[in-house]
Design a protein around this ligand. Structure first.
Ligand SMILES: Nc1ncnc2c1ncn2[C@@H]1O[C@H](COP(=O)(O)OP(=O)(O)OP(=O)(O)O)[C@@H](O)[C@H]1O
Ligand SMILES: [Mg+2]
Length: 466
């Protein structure tokens, strides 16, 4: 955490340093170079004018050169020196004449017949010098030497430099402060988020992170809150499931204890009563067995276990279920009709499909009225196979329709108990349908009762291997 903050800050600071260094050097270097160029051309021009004017003289002397200079009106130079072919100084406005010149550039100009230019920016001024040979009819006749001392330009450049420096410091400090505020603000928000995560990780699923603003960090916070919400829901479901499950197991166990205690405690119970009680105990045990089997089924599907699938004819599976359900329908005085189409083949798990059809049809019979009817349809619809179970029974109130697929949910607890249900059938149906990538809907049946429709993706020709 600290290291990201530090790295980010260091990166920005380094970037800033490079930028400011560039700002402090580049403009100065280039403007200084421009001044050098300008000096070279102005000195070259003046030297060439002077050289060509002096070439016209018969004899070079202090006086004749001075005369030409006044005539040319060459001024603004800190030193003007003219030497003859042999290097003897014939004119110098800043020194003695007659002696051999010691200035190396003048000697180079004479000996090698070339110009020598120098320019330097010193503390207070640009110091430039220019030495050029003079010639007449192709022969070197001497050399001129000009020096210039320009403090005005130097002051301007130094002034600009000073201003850039001040500006750099201001920009640098401001940028660092802004970056600092930004980075620290961002880090604080991330740290807040981490703190929220710790609170939730410690088990407080009702906690919500306070989301501020509308940027990426806020988005992160929102995502985190959604995750927490899902976690909270799952946790609630888990708790309710455990308490429901233990309740469901507790009731038949209590009955068994009560019945067995009665048998043990009453000494002179007649054999018939004992048998009756034992039968009841068997009944409750059967009920326990069913509940635990259903729970195992559900937990197996919960684990996301991949169903072993094979091309399965849903109509055949429905026939098997009907064989088991007909006695129940007869017992309840419910008419059970079925229309099972041919070619309803899907890639599915026969056991899971059996559970879907069995549970839906069993419910339709159980929650029916004497003299009522149940209609089971298996048909092909476009790219899916549909299972429709419609009954003329007691129906499901609209407000309960959302919940009937929840574990242990029963619309009418008392009635369901009497019919032996524990509210797991539709959960198993729901999970099995999902495992087949299908969908299930429930609605009212006309004029009364309920209608469940399951839609399962039909197997393609290649999948069925036909
Ligand atoms: N066809 C139906 N008509 C009316 N009510 C229904 C119908 N099917 C389901 N229900 C209601 O939905 C509840 C949940 O059904 P589900 O099959 O999950 O549980 P169950 O039948 O009570 O018990 P189980 O199927 O586990 O033995 C039932 O208790 C019942 O109240
Ligand atoms: Mg049921």
């Amino acid at each position: 955490m600290h290291s990201i903050r530090f790295r980010f800050f260091a990166f920005i600071a380094a970037l800033l340093l490079v930028l400011l260094l560039l700002l402090n050097t580049y403009p100065l270097v280039s403007s200084r170079d421009a001044v050098y160029e300008e000096k070279r051309s102005s000195l070259a021009a003046a030297a060439s004018v002077l050289a060509s004017s002096l070439a016209g003289l018969d004899r070079l002397s202090q006086e004749s050169v001075a005369e030409v200079l006044t005539f040319l009106d060459i001024s603004g130079y800190s030193r003007i020196l003219v030497a003859d072919r042999g290097g003897t100084v014939v004119y110098d406005d800043h020194g003695a004449v007659g002696g051999r010149t010691q200035i190396a550039d003048v000697l180079t100009a004479l000996d090698e017949s070339k110009t020598v230019f120098r320019s330097r920016l010193e503390e207070d001024a640009f110091r430039s010098s220019y030495a050029a040979p003079m010639s007449a009819q192709g022969a070197i006749t001497g050399a001129v030497y000009l020096c210039e001392h320009d403090s005005e330009r130097a002051q301007i450049i130094y002034g600009i430099q000073e201003r850039i420096r001040v500006l750099s410091v201001v920009i640098g400090v401001a940028a660092l402060i802004v970056t600092g505020v930004f980075v620290f603000g961002m880090m604080r928000r991330l740290q807040d988020l981490v703190r929220s995560m710790r609170v939730v990780a410690a088990g407080d699923y009702a906690y919500r992170h306070a989301v501020k603003g509308r940027d990426e960090i806020s988005e992160l916070g929102q995502e985190f809150n959604q995750l927490t919400e899902r976690l909270e829901t799952t946790e609630k479901q888990r708790r309710r499931f455990v308490s429901d499950a233990s309740h469901e197991l507790k009731t038949p166990l209590a009955s068994i204890r009560l019945l067995s205690d009665s048998i043990v405690q009453s000494r002179n119970m007649d054999a018939d009563t004992v048998r009756e009680f034992a039968a009841d105990i068997g009944h409750e045990a059967q009920r326990l067995q069913r509940t635990t089997e259903d729970l195992l089924d559900l937990s197996r599907m919960d684990d996301g276990m991949v169903l072993v699938t094979e091309p399965t004819d849903v109509s055949r599976v429905a026939e098997d279920a009907l064989v088991l359900l007909r006695p129940l329908a007869k017992e309840r005085d419910v008419e059970l009709r079925a229309r099972l189409e041919e070619g309803c083949v899907i890639l599915g798990n026969p056991d899971a499909l059996f559970k879907i059809i069995f549970n839906l049809t069993e419910n339709a019979i159980k929650y029916n009225v004497p003299g009522g009817s149940v209609e089971l349809l298996v048909r092909v619809a476009d790219s899916s196979v549909e299972i429709e179970v419609a009954d003329t029974g007691i129906g499901i109130p609209e407000e309960d329709r959302l919940n009937i697929f929840d574990r242990f949910y029963r619309v009418d607890k008392a009635r369901s108990r009497a019919t032996g249900g524990n509210g797991l059938g539709l959960s198993i149906v729901h999970d099995a349908v999902q495992a087949h990538a299908g969908s299930i809907t429930v609605g009212p049946n006309k004029p009364q009762g309920s209608k469940f429709v399951v839609s399962l993706p039909r197997a393609t020709k290649e999948e069925t291997g036909l």
